[in-house]
Write a protein that binds this ligand. Structure first.
Ligand code: ACO
Length: 349
């Protein structure tokens, strides 16, 4: 018994925000951003729009593709690091919107969530706990962007940014330009066909917590939400970009090679390498290390930026709809995210 993906869907909010538009609120350029990350544009969730709203839209499309209704889902797995509420988790919120009260489990492995999700889905299906699982990866990063001047960014005013506001945004520009918002949904179903998870390797190393995290707004402070955290901008992620880059390009090829070796899968037999879209340079580097042809690694980071837990489900939806991913294809997925959490998986489509 394995699993197959019977429907996928995605949703990104509003109009795209180009790199050039970002220069309205910070000192940056299309050239700087594109050269270092491959990103040209991203989308941002609107005020009041949360991950459960975006997930709801993506789910509608996935259910339509799967030709099933919400009542056919018997488990929800929701991956996000930017939930609607500190509690409860966004899976329950989504379940309420779909009108179903099935178990809803939130996971928070950030950009690495899909790999953990695959292991959970495999376990839930093989143990007979669930037959039809809705997996969501969704993020609303807009809430941690280092500017308040959304009207200036969106070109809705002639008002000029204050020098103080620009300085605040510039302080975090290396991180802010990388992220975008959106949701991807995948419906997994039990199957007797030769499909599903062949092998996976996931890892966590908490000694790297300080290299990539949101330093404030956790429950180490009383109260956990206070003006000082805004003043000191501790709601914005801190990232040691060089260290994260180094970590990704050393661990991911190693993880992929080990997985192929242990599962006796020659790398050239893999049809598609589906990579987390954090940075095109990281993916190019990993691809070169593994000697994989460029056409086997689809990328869409230029259009969406890094949507953290959303990138793989969004990429998979695009690859399914444009006919790349077909029944029987062998895929390798890999991803790395804050924690650090990382891993790779071999999945037969
Ligand atoms: N626009 C213009 N200039 C900028 C910007 C910007 N947005 N951001 C930083 N700079 C400037 C800096 O001020 C600095 O200027 P200086 O030399 O005059 O002091 C210069 O550019 C270099 O800054 P660094 O922060 O050292 O930039 P770096 O070359 O390391 O690139 C980046 C930053 C793109 C984040 C890089 O470290 C990287 O690719 N890291 C990988 C991490 C990653 O991709 N994470 C993805 C998200 S996390 C995840 O998915 C788990």
């Amino acid at each position: 018994m394995g699993f197959e993906v019977i429907g996928t869907g995605m949703y990104v909010p509003g109009e795209p925000v180009t790199n050039t538009q970002l220069t309205r609120v910070m000192d940056t350029s299309d050239e700087w951003i594109h050269q270092r990350s491959g990103i040209r544009q991203r989308h941002f969730a609107a005020e009041g729009q949360g991950v459960s709203d975006m997930a709801f839209e993506a789910t509608k499309r996935a259910l339509e593709a799967a030709r099933i209704g919400p009542k056919d889902i018997d488990y929800i797995l929701f991956a996000t690091m930017t939930p609607d509420y500190v509690f409860p988790g966004s899976g329950a919120v989504l379940g309420g919107k779909l009108g179903i009260n099935v178990p809803a489990l939130d996971i928070r492995q950030q950009c690495g969530a899909m790999l953990y999700g695959l292991q959970l889905i495999d376990g839930l299906i093989k143990s007979g706990v669930a037959k039809t699982i809705l997996f969501i990866g969704a993020e609303a990063h807009a809430g941690f962007m280092p500017w308040d001047d959304w009207d200036i960014l969106e070109g809705k005013t002639d008002r000029k940014q204050t020098p103080e506001q620009r300085e605040r945004a510039n302080k975090h520009r290396a991180v802010a330009v990388l992220f975008g918002d959106g949701a991807g949904a995948m419906v997994f179903r039990a199957t007797d066909r030769d499909a599903g998870l062949i092998a996976a390797k996931v890892h966590s190393d908490g000694t790297y917590v300080d290299e990539l995290l949101i330093p404030g707004c956790g429950f180490k402070t009383r109260p956990y939400c206070q003006p000082r955290l805004y003043e000191e901008m501790l709601y914005v992620p801190y990232m040691n970009g060089k260290e994260v880059f180094k970590f990704a390009v050393t661990t991911l090829p190693k993880c992929a090679r080990q997985l192929c070796e242990e599962s006796k899968t020659p790398i050239e037999k893999i049809d598609w390498f589906l990579a987390h879209q954090a940075n095109a340079r990281i993916n190019d580097y990993v691809r070169e290390q593994l000697d994989v042809p460029v056409e086997k690694m689809p990328m869409n980071i230029d259009r969406y930026g890094n949507t953290s837990a959303g990138t793989l489900p969004i990429l998979i939806d695009e690859c399914t709809r444009d006919g790349k991913l077909k029944k029987g294809d062998l895929t390798m997925m890999f991803a790395l995210g804050a924690g650090m959490h990382w891993g790779c998986a071999l999945v037969r489509w």
